[in-house]
Design a protein around this ligand. Structure first.
Ligand code: NDP
Length: 428
């Protein structure tokens, strides 16, 4: 149950920290900052990995931020907010937020927004030529710094505003320790009117920018290779765009994810959504823009197969749970076996969720491999995503399991006995 500000009384001793508490939170803050910028300086046209002396001289000469890039980034956010207001979209109810069953309304027009952005970008490239995307790829560093700064400001804004008025708080972000609560997120549903800042930032500014950056790097490769792009770049571009457009097409599914139902909007989500996703997830496209790889047909087919398998598992699981939670009488889920819980919510023990407790994570991870393999084996750094994502998913599994244990108590133990595997059936 979420508590309201002002009436929350909990002894600090009772509070269960994640990430090893405030010290861990600070460490993750520093580590994410170093990795975000480190990937840029450590893997670029000077080498991947670049020599330490090169890295140092590059850092010394780097223009981390400039007014134009910062304005460009703010215009980007402004345009997306405007699109949220102007473009038509269905109003959808989120999951219950209190014991009375109240729900918040969310406007869902992310797919329309992405279609508009990609349409305008394609028209721009068609008219001006691929060279025009230099506007974006040449400003990678200052745009990344801009996104980083905005994410810090947003998390501070959310933290401060969580103390003003009666706000719904995230249970896990209310320890009383400033650093920890700012990092993990104190405010559960930050809103300005009916504009939900958290749900907006989850799927739009970062995800759509990720595709735009990929397109910019594909254009850069096209120019460098005198009018062609490699099959590997095509795969990366198609897979990433597919993932993003799919997430936006099924935007409603975000409302049942842990980020929306449980976590507050703090540094962790702000940085992840605004800076980490667009500027690290597209590393393969950036790498291929200065290190082209031609895969050939057999490798291309094998990688496509891996992507399709991952997608089938990922999408099947997420859609099934979303349908089961929001419309349990739908023919696609009404015959699936489930178990009743004392809490009142049902848990699927059949279908995808009967195979493992988070088989969606496995599908997602298979896709991560399909995105990295196109870069070949010239450098391990573009495989960063596969390694990072494995750590993220295992950690996320632990957090969700813990939260579900708190939510469902003994019923969760029973569920774990029925559905034995955590992520990969018969393996883990
Ligand atoms: P889930 O979508 O699996 O949601 C977990 C929640 O589902 C639980 O807290 C519980 O909430 C409910 N649930 C658990 N078991 C069952 C069951 N048997 N039957 C019905 N409901 C159940 O996980 P996430 O929110 O972590 O992830 C969603 C997707 O996002 C995943 O595919 C993941 O791979 C992807 N993802 C991608 C990231 C990226 O950076 N690319 C980062 C993080 C996630 P309740 O019971 O309260 O409804």
């Amino acid at each position: 149950m979420n508590k309201k500000a002002g009436n929350f009384k909990k002894e600090p001793k009772e509070f269960e920290y994640e990430f090893f508490g405030p010290t861990g939170a600070l460490a993750v803050f520093l580590l994410t900052t170093v990795v975000l910028f480190g990937l840029y300086f450590g893997c670029n046209e000077n080498g991947c990995p670049a020599y330490p002396q090169k890295i140092l001289s590059m850092i010394y000469d780097a223009k981390f931020i400039d007014v134009y890039s910062f304005q460009l980034y703010l215009c980007w956010l402004g345009a997306l907010i405007l699109a949220w207001h102007v473009l038509p979209g269905e109003w959808v109810k989120g999951t219950p937020i209190d014991e009375k069953g109240s729900r918040l309304d969310y406007k869902m027009n992310g797919f329309a927004t992405a279609s508009l952005v990609l349409g305008v970008t394609s028209g721009f490239i068609y008219m001006k030529g691929p060279e025009c995307m230099e506007l974006i790829w040449s400003r990678f560093l200052p745009l990344m710094t801009s996104a980083y700064i905005v994410s810090i400001f947003l998390s501070i804004y959310c933290y401060i505003s969580s103390f003003i008025g009666q706000k719904r708080l995230a249970e896990g972000g209310n320890s009383g320790n400033i650093v920890y609560d700012w990092f993990i997120g104190r405010l559960l549903n930050p809103r300005i009117g009916n504009f939900d800042i958290k749900v907006f930032s989850e799927l739009r500014p970062g995800l759509i920018l990720w595709v735009l950056l990929d397109i910019a790097f594909a254009c850069r490769q096209y120019v460098l290779l005198n009018g062609r792009i490699t099959d590997s770049m095509v795969l990366v571009l198609v897979f990433h765009s597919w993932y993003v457009l799919d997430s936006l097409f099924y935007e409603n599914a975000v409302l049942t994810t842990m980020d929306v139902t449980t976590d507050g909007l703090g540094y962790m989500l702000c940085l992840g959504n605004l800076a980490w996703v667009p500027f690290t997830y597209g590393l393969q496209a950036r790498y291929l823009s200065f290190h082209p790889v031609d895969l050939g047909i057999p490798c291309t087919i094998a990688i496509i197969f891996l992507q399709l398998l991952g997608y089938y598992i990922f999408r099947g699981t997420n859609s099934q749970k979303n349908m089961f939670r929001n419309n349990p009488t739908d023919p696609s889920v009404k015959n699936l076996k489930y178990m009743e819980t004392k809490r009142g919510t049902k848990l699927l023990i059949d279908g995808w969720y009967g195979k493992s407790r988070h088989i969606n994570y496995f599908g997602d991870w298979l896709m991560a491999w399909a995105w990295c393999l196109p870069v070949g084996f010239g450098s391990a750094i573009p495989y960063f995503y596969v390694a990072y994502f494995a750590v993220l998913l295992i950690h996320r599994y632990g957090r969700d399991d813990h939260k579900c244990h708190q939510k469902y108590g003994e019923d969760w133990n029973k569920y774990c006995q029925i559905v034995k595997y955590r992520i990969i059936p018969y393996v883990y």
